[in-house]
Ligand binder design. Structure first.
Ligand code: ADP
Ligand code: MG
Length: 446
C-alpha cells in the first residue's frame, strides 16, 4: 500500500482503498507530500497519470487539518473546459466523500441561479472555468478573498485558449498569500512566464514519461483519400465491431457532418464541440458514457483531461495540426492500465503532420491498408486534383479561420483551437465567401 507513507489521513486512505487504487502513481507520490507540506508546485505529467487525485487528496487533507467553523471558499480549481470542470468537480466529491466539505462546479452554458444558490449556502471548494467564475465574482455572491489554495489544471490549454487575462483577473481577487499548484502538459515560454509570476519557490515535478501513453496504446494509420474517410471509418467500425469509439475531427462543422453521416450508416453517433449548447454537450457526453451512442465525434474540446471509462478506440479522422495534440487525443484511451487502440486516417495532404507526430513519438506508426481505400502514393498529382476539384467542407472551415482571427476565435469558442492549416496557397476554392463572418457576440463566456 504505497499510499500509506504519503502523509494522508486514514479517511482519505480508506477512500482510495475503496476506489481500488492500490499504488499511488508517480505524480501522486511526488505531489501529495509536497502539497501537504505547503509548497507551490509546477507539475508536468502525461495524461492519464492521476493528476486529479494528486492535487485533490492533499487539498482535502489541508482543509481538514485546519477546519474552520464557517464555510467559505478555501480552495479554487480552474480548468479550461466545462466538461473538465464537471469531471474534476465529481472527483472532488468522490475523493472527499468521507469528509464534510462542500464543493461547487461553476461553469457557463447553464443557468447561473442554481450555482448562485449553492455559493450562497456556502462551499469550501470551487471547481470552475474562468469566465463564469468572474461573472459570479462580479455579482458579489462569490468571495474569493480567503482562497488558500489555487490550482490551474491543464494550464497550457488555458493559455492556448486565450484565458490569460481572465486568469490574471481571478488572481487579483485572491489573497496575496496562498498556495499555488500549476499543472501543465507542456512547458512553453508562456507557461514559464506564468509560473514565474505565480509560483513561489515551486517544487518542480516532471514525470518524464512524456509519451508513455503513446507507448502503451497500439497505434495504427490507414492511408486513405480524403473523400473515402467516412466510408472507411464506417467499414472499420462495422467490420471490426468497434464499440465506444471517440473520433476527433478538426472542425466543428466536420464533427456534426460526420456524426450525421455515421447515423445514415446505422451507427449511432453524437457530436460534441464548442458551438453546441451546454445541455447538448452534456447530453452527448453522457449518451456516449452510458453506451447509448456508439461513437462520439469531437473537436479537440474532448482531447484534454476527459476521463472516459473503458474507451478502447480513439480515431483521428483528421490529424491534429500540432503534434502534441495527438498525444492528448490518444491519451483518452489506454487509461488506468487498460488496452487502447488509436487509429489515424491519413490523407495525402496530412503526411507532413504524420511525419511530425512520428518525430515526436520517436517511432513510426504501423501502417495498414484496406483495399480500395488507400491513396496512390505514386499519383500525387491526381490526388491533388481530385481534392481540389471537389473541395471538402472541412477545408473551407479551416480556411475560414486565418491566423489574425485566431485569438478571437479561441476566446469565443471554449474549445481547443481548431487550427488553420499553416499553408494556405494553392486553394482555388478559397473565395471571399469562405472568409470568416465576424460573430455578433464578441465573446462567448464559459
Ligand atoms: P490525468 O488528470 O493525469 O489525465 P486523471 O486524474 O483524470 O488523470 O486520472 C485518470 C484515471 O486514473 C481516473 O479514472 C482515476 O480514477 C484513475 N486513477 C487515479 N489515480 C489512480 C491510482 N493511484 N490507481 C489507480 N487508478 C487511479
Ligand atoms: Mg487531468
Amino acid at each position: 500500500m504505497s499510499f500509506d507513507n504519503l502523509g494522508l489521513r486514514a479517511k482519505l486512505l480508506d477512500t482510495v482503498a475503496e476506489l481500488g487504487y492500490k499504488e499511488a502513481t508517480p505524480i501522486q507520490k511526488k505531489a501529495i507530500p509536497a502539497i501537504i507540506a505547503g509548497r507551490d508546485i509546477l507539475a508536468g505529467a502525461q495524461t492519464g497519470t492521476g493528476k486529479t487525485a494528486a492535487f485533490v487528496l492533499p487539498i482535502l487533507q489541508l482543509l481538514d487539518l485546519t477546519r474552520i467553523k464557517r464555510t467559505f471558499p478555501r480552495a479554487l480549481v480552474i480548468t479550461p473546459t466545462r466538461e473538465l470542470a464537471a469531471q474534476v468537480g465529481q472527483s472532488v466529491e468522490k475523493y472527499g466523500k468521507k469528509l464534510p466539505f462542500k464543493s461547487a462546479q461553476i461553469f457557463g452554458g447553464v443557468s447561473m441561479n442554481p450555482q448562485t444558490e449553492k455559493l450562497r449556502r456556502g462551499v469550501d471548494i470551487i471547481v470552475a472555468t474562468p469566465g463564469r467564475l468572474l461573472d459570479h465574482a462580479k455579482s458579489k455572491v462569490l468571495d474569493l478573498s480567503r482562497i488558500e489554495i489555487l490550482v490551474l489544471d491543464e494550464a497550457d490549454r488555458m493559455l492556448d485558449m486565450g484565458f490569460i487575462h481572465d486568469i490574471k483577473r481571478i488572481i487579483n481577487l485572491l489573497p496575496q498569500k496562498r498556495q499555488n499548484l500549476l499543472f501543465s502538459a507542456t512547458y512553453s515560454d508562456e507557461i514559464r512566464e506564468l509560473a514565474t509570476s505565480l509560483l513561489e519557490e515551486p517544487e518542480m515535478i516532471d514525470i518524464a514519461e512524456r509519451n508513455s501513453v503513446a507507448e502503451k496504446v497500439e497505434q495504427i494509420m490507414y492511408p486513405t483519400q480524403h473523400c473515402h474517410k467516412r466510408e472507411l471509418l464506417s467499414k472499420l467500425i462495422q467490420d471490426e465491431n468497434w464499440d465506444r469509439v471517440l473520433v476527433f475531427t478538426r472542425t466543428k462543422h466536420g464533427a456534426d457532418r460526420l456524426a450525421r453521416q455515421l447515423k445514415k450508416d446505422k451507427i449511432n453517433a453524437v457530436s460534441i464541440h464548442g458551438d453546441k449548447s451546454q445541455s447538448a454537450r452534456m447530453r452527448a457526453l453522457s449518451d456516449f458514457k452510458s453506451s447509448k451512442a456508439r461513437v462520439l465525434v469531437a473537436t479537440d474540446i474532448a482531447a484534454r483531461g476527459l476521463d472516459i471509462d473503458r474507451l478502447p478506440y480513439v480515431v483521428n479522422y483528421d490529424l491534429p495540426a500540432v503534434a502534441e495534440d495527438y498525444v492528448h487525443r490518444i491519451g483518452r484511451t489506454g487509461r488506468a492500465g487498460l488496452d487502447g487502440i488509436a487509429i489515424s486516417l491519413v490523407s495525402f495532404d496530412q503526411i507532413k503532420q504524420l511525419k511530425a507526430i512520428e518525430r515526436l513519438l520517436g517511432k513510426k506508426i504501423t501502417e495498414r491498408r484496406v483495399d480500395g481505400f488507400e491513396y496512390d502514393k505514386t499519383d500525387r498529382a491526381a490526388t491533388k486534383i481530385s481534392t481540389q476539384s471537389k473541395p471538402q467542407r472541412s477545408k473551407k472551415d479551416a480556411q475560414a479561420k486565418p491566423h489574425s482571427f485566431r485569438a478571437n476565435q479561441t476566446r469565443e469558442s471554449n474549445v481547443a483551437k481548431e487550427k488553420p492549416k499553416q499553408k494556405r496557397s494553392g486553394r482555388p476554392w478559397a473565395s471571399k465567401k469562405t472568409q470568416p463572418r465576424k460573430k455578433k457576440r464578441s465573446r462567448r463566456r464559459f
